[in-house]
Design a protein around this ligand. Structure first.
Ligand SMILES: *[C@@H]1O[C@H](CO)[C@@H](O)[C@H](O)[C@H]1NC(C)=O
Ligand SMILES: *[C@@H]1O[C@H](CO)[C@@H](O)[C@H](O)[C@H]1NC(C)=O
Ligand SMILES: *[C@@H]1O[C@H](CO)[C@@H](O)[C@H](O)[C@H]1NC(C)=O
Ligand SMILES: *[C@@H]1O[C@H](CO)[C@@H](O)[C@H](O)[C@H]1NC(C)=O
Ligand SMILES: *[C@@H]1O[C@H](CO)[C@@H](O)[C@H](O)[C@H]1NC(C)=O
Ligand SMILES: *[C@@H]1O[C@H](CO)[C@@H](O)[C@H](O)[C@H]1NC(C)=O
Length: 494
């Protein structure tokens, strides 16, 4: 009897040991459409040049906590129900912890015998008293190094396996470096078991603080002057974009350029992390059996359409994300065009581990990365729930507006507001051989609609929703979704 149990455990461990490892590096607020991959030269050398770059990867919601919740569970926002960055909106709420944390890819792989590691930013609401404090360790993580709250570089608290660890602002407290050191330490303490690492540096999120050693570079770099950079919008875009000023004055553009440079500088520490983790994998003899994946939770914009710096919009710059992967069976230095979504990662990791997970809204991208299968035909949702003022932001914005439904309006950004309660929308994004478009309906007083043909109009100037038949189809699909919360296939009759 005892012997049988012992043999059973031994068999499970032995099986897990043969399975490929996963190292998943997820940055914060890093766009791909506006060139934020440029400073990551080592990441290019060690991942992209040794593997596959997905040229069409998307976040299905352009906001941190909802998107990270989708990465963790493989579910759309309307299914995981973390609609914004606070506990009241489901972000790391007690209900989320109870119902969804057990379904995270971490817990699923842990159940399959993987040794698991999580470090850095988790969900914005994590670690506070109303979400269980730092003693709460989400199910499935053997090593848990969770950042309390939102991204920050110094003066923060970590939960290290459920115990608070305070960090000040000495050079060695730089969070990306601390995450790197924990990652290397995990790798140096491994046995033969298969492992999963989720590495979540704060870069390139606000407050954009570079490490001391990275303050100098890129002094001539400016935010890209894309065709839609700081251009006024007209009545064909939703109301939040039309709030004055219609274009940003030169001093605000200077502030944006400085933010752009600092974002790149923060990414240099991530680049070092990627290199050192890969060299350590090699040193441990584990690199050949490891998938290393690099992505970001969503995109970012810098002055496009006269907006200042943020995300939360349904346009390409906010929803496109970088996605690089190297590992066993993946060809070297190739680009893959098949669309991949943030809801695909959980299914991909189960696929790597060779296990069936509970159903998700996504699909594994492993066959696409191996070029065994192509599926350049995909229809998906992009969803956002706008945030109103939540008290903590009040002081900064009261110089700009009294209105509590509008949020994050800062004097150094010409009071151009980032968000509003009704910046709430559902879009249907379609990519196939002959279609590349996005249709959005906003949950505002105007039920505003926007439709862009991305192939003809990559900068999304011409709102085609004002004409044509396609709008009727898309509107029906959105309404089908809004009325009944039907899955996308049902709404499209696919
Ligand atoms: C959280 O709870 C602890 C222990 O009960 C208490 O000392 C601390 O002040 C609380 N923190 C906040 C921000 O309320
Ligand atoms: C966290 O806990 C695991 C045991 O589950 C242990 O092996 C590891 O050393 C701990 N990590 C740290 C940084 O304390
Ligand atoms: C860290 O906190 C200390 C004490 O409140 C403060 O003096 C310092 O400026 C902070 N450092 C950073 C980088 O925010
Ligand atoms: C990757 O491929 C590109 C284009 O196919 C080529 O120009 C480049 O030299 C290759 N890089 C490496 C490191 O093989
Ligand atoms: C987040 O969503 C919840 C639930 O809809 C809402 O009560 C809360 O006001 C939202 N938070 C913000 C900052 O808008
Ligand atoms: C709005 O701006 C777009 C892009 O510049 C332009 O194509 C369109 O004709 C304008 N529409 C109106 C009603 O002014």
């Amino acid at each position: 009897m005892h012997l049988l149990i012992f043999l059973g455990i031994f068999a499970a461990v032995a099986a897990a040991a043969d399975k490929p490892n996963i190292v998943f590096i997820l940055t914060d607020d890093q766009d791909v459409a506006l060139e934020s991959m440029t400073p990551l030269t080592k990441t290019k050398e060690f991942i992209a040049d040794q593997g596959v770059t997905f040229a069409n990867a998307f976040a299905t919601t352009p906001l941190c906590c909802p998107s990270r919740s989708s990465f963790l569970t493989g579910l759309y926002q309307h299914n995981h129900k973390a609609v914004n960055n606070s506990a009241e909106g489901g972000c790391s709420s007690l209900k989320w912890q109870e119902q969804l944390e057990p379904k995270s890819y971490g817990n699923i792989l842990h159940g399959a015998g993987y040794r698991t590691f999580y470090a850095g930013k988790y969900l914005n609401g994590y670690g506070y008293n109303n979400t269980g404090g730092t003693q709460h360790v989400p199910a499935g993580w053997d090593w848990w190094i969770g950042l309390v709250g939102n991204s920050i570089y110094y003066n923060y608290t970590l939960s290290v396996n459920g115990t608070s660890e305070e960090h000040a602002d000495k050079p060695e407290d730089y969070l990306t470096d601390v995450v790197k050191e924990f990652s290397l330490s995990f790798l140096r303490n491994l046995g033969e078991e298969s492992f999963l690492m989720a590495i979540n540096p704060p870069s390139a999120h606000d407050p954009y603080t570079p490490a001391d050693r990275h303050r100098e570079p890129f002094s001539d770099v400016k935010a890209p002057r894309t065709a839609n950079f700081n251009v006024p919008v007209n009545s064909t875009k939703h109301w939040l974009l039309r709030v004055t000023p219609s274009v940003l004055p030169p001093e605000t553009i200077d502030n944006i350029d400085e933010i752009y440079r600092n974002r790149w500088r923060t990414l240099l520490a991530v680049d070092e992390l990627v290199e050192e983790v890969i060299l350590e994998l090699e040193k441990q003899g584990k690199l050949d059996n490891t998938y290393v994946i690099f992505s970001s939770d969503h995109g970012f914009h810098y002055g496009q359409f006269g907006q200042s710096v943020d995300k939360r919009q349904p346009y390409e710059f906010d929803i496109r994300i970088p996605l690089l992967i190297r590992g066993p069976g993946i060809p070297i230095n190739q680009t893959v065009l098949d669309p991949v979504l943030n809801i695909d990662f959980a299914a991909t990791f189960s696929d790597v581990a060779g296990i069936a997970s509970s159903p998700t809204d996504g699909e594994s991208f492993l066959p696409k990365a191996k070029k065994q299968k192509t599926n350049f035909d995909r229809v998906f949702y992009v969803e956002n729930h706008g945030e109103g003022e939540d008290g903590s932001r009040r002081r900064e914005q009261e110089e700009c507006y009294e209105d509590k439904s509008i949020r994050s309006c800062f004097p150094d950004m010409s009071c151009k507001c980032f968000d509003s309660k009704n910046n709430t929308y559902i879009c249907i994004r379609r990519l196939s051989d002959d279609v590349d478009d996005v249709f959005c309906e906003f949950d505002d007083d105007e039920h505003f609609v926007e439709l862009y043909d991305i192939r003809q109009d990559p900068f999304e100037f011409e709102n085609l929703a004002l004409f044509g038949k396609i709008q009727v189809e898309r509107r029906d699909a959105v309404e089908c979704y809004m009325d009944t919360r039907n899955p996308i296939g049902e709404c499209f009759g696919l």
